[in-house]
Design a protein around this ligand. Sequence first.
Ligand code: SF4
Length: 293
Amino acid sequence: MIITETFDELLSECNSNKLSIWQQAQAEEAFIQDISEKYLRDIVLRNINAMREAITNGLKSKEKSLSGLSGGDCYRLKTSYKKHPAILGEIFEKITMYALASAEENARMGKIVACPTAGSCGIVPAVLITMAEEYKISDEELINALLTAGKIGQIVSNKVRLAGAVAGCQAECGVASGMAAGLLTFLRHGNNKQIVNSAILAIKNILGLTCDPVCGLVEVPCVKRNPFLAIHAVTASELAFADIESKIPPDEVIDVLEKTGKLMSPVLKETSQGGLAKTKTGIELEKDLAEKL
Ligand code: SF4
């Protein structure tokens, strides 16, 4: 069994064997975990259902998180859309609401699916579940889509750890956006090259995004970053679908992601020693929270 480690290897293996990315990903993952492909698909479906649950719970809740730094924005957005529908239509509304719903659930310590991380947990589910509802996509096809997204995340993670503390938010919300772009292109029947290209366009256009959470909590700016980067994924998919390609090849972009992470000051890598965390308001919020505890 060949385990593909780069986007070049993945595309060439899929092309030689006439496979979709999800088929290659499924065979590799079942082999690595030493489980049947059927059992693997059951696990993936459980994750999809957990994504649905997080969105449903998040859409219903007005509650703040324990710190009070986040919560209630999804409800606010839902209420606003009833009076002022989004100019980009229902799919835009759902993607933004669903991304906020999961991210707020995470901040409230609810159950979410880290994809690839908890801080970026709203991006992939928002795109996946919106597509499922709007286009009546079967669970089997959603499993294929999530396997596609998972393979994209796994290839990036071969080069760089997907953690804000290692490479900034480009490696969390940025990679989540790439995964979401890839699955969206797959669900629209894009080919393997378009799928990889959409992921890379999303990641390339978010390089350098810092991780500077206020009070050291995964809330500000993390929660609102999720709807932004879910929509970013849609843009990447639209471009890739038109065969607009990244001039810099996929694996070279991932090299840059890794190098940019290394060049980033530790102050901007989840230490909360700079950026938004050390603004006047960020410092005041930190003091208020310390007094509350
Ligand atoms: S800002 Fe940092 S903690 Fe927040 S989602 Fe991005 S990487 Fe995670």
